[in-house]
Design a protein around this ligand. Sequence first.
Ligand SMILES: NC(=O)c1ccc[n+]([C@@H]2O[C@H](COP(=O)([O-])OP(=O)(O)OC[C@H]3O[C@@H](n4cnc5c(N)ncnc54)[C@H](OP(=O)(O)O)[C@@H]3O)[C@@H](O)[C@H]2O)c1
Length: 322
Amino acid sequence: MADLSLAYLLLLTPFILLAVLFFIVRPCPVKIPIKNRHVFITGGSSGIGLALAHQAASAGARVSILARSQAKLEEAKRAVQLATGIDVATFAADVRDFDAVKRAVEAAGPIDVLVVNQGVFVPGELERLRLDEFRFMIDVNLIGSFNMIKAVLPAMKGRADKRPASIALMSSQAGQVGIYGYTAYSASKFGLRGLAEALQQEVIADNIHISLIFPPDTDTPGFEEETKRRPQLTNIIAESSGAMKTEVVAKKALDGIKSGSFIVPCSFEGLLLSIATAGMSPQRSYVMAFVEVVAIGWVRFAALFFQWNWYGLINKWHAQQK
Ligand SMILES: NC(=O)c1ccc[n+]([C@@H]2O[C@H](COP(=O)([O-])OP(=O)(O)OC[C@H]3O[C@@H](n4cnc5c(N)ncnc54)[C@H](OP(=O)(O)O)[C@@H]3O)[C@@H](O)[C@H]2O)c1
């Protein structure tokens, strides 16, 4: 009899866990509509940002893009117009310059979905990176994101359309795990996580929802430039993953934003990495929360194998250099 009760209890445990998670996941699930809404994408003239502009325009959003080079913006505008028949608004500004960003945002009008996507990556070991290169990455990737959000938030909070709004931040898998050669880049992208977690608590009462997107290597003009400068060891460690197609990453990102997900992985490997690094981040989906609770031990086990492999590669490389 006691054995039977224990068997029932064991069988029921997953359902009890699911039921508990259904009630406790926070923030509550939400959908972010983008049709007929204003989607503002920084770094929208190239790579992932440009693919996002295409897809948001095709989905019926009013799209604005911001970047530094007016010529690249014009080219992007023409490309979206040619592919979708839709006009995007363009704004030339450097995200490091708060006043310029503020002027652009005021000219663009209230924003419903802000995608803070601009980013620069200069790989190199800390000892070889120049101080100005280190500062450049922190300024554009982290301070630039802070500037954008600070400029957009007042009008977004006061929007007449009270439907859910979104602020999405483009991080990177290098913002989930430190990789050789990315000390500065990883620092800037890890910083976005702290910013996003704290900000979500500050804006939840205004029905504003944060997404943090974690692309892997993606086949973009920026990535092409970066690979030319990558240290040999970074290439050896990153070799296994390969680069994803820009359109696929943009679609994963847009779907993640629309479903209000806080953490948005872009591949199966990225999903495992997100589980391994879930930590204290918010989770809206009770199903994903269930997967995290059940899988976390095994995923940690797999993560330790990755570390074992990477440190093996590093040791082997140093031995060959001697
Ligand atoms: N590609 C990858 O492998 C990969 C992987 C993980 C994460 N990511 C992240 O995804 C985002 C997009 O990357 P991507 O590969 O698509 O880059 P990309 O092709 O180099 O495009 C970068 C965009 O950001 C703009 N930008 C750069 N600095 C700026 C500044 N100071 N102010 C305003 N705009 C600026 C660029 O235009 P201007 O130069 O004209 O300003 C361009 O539109 C970045 O945040 C990156 O860190 C990329």
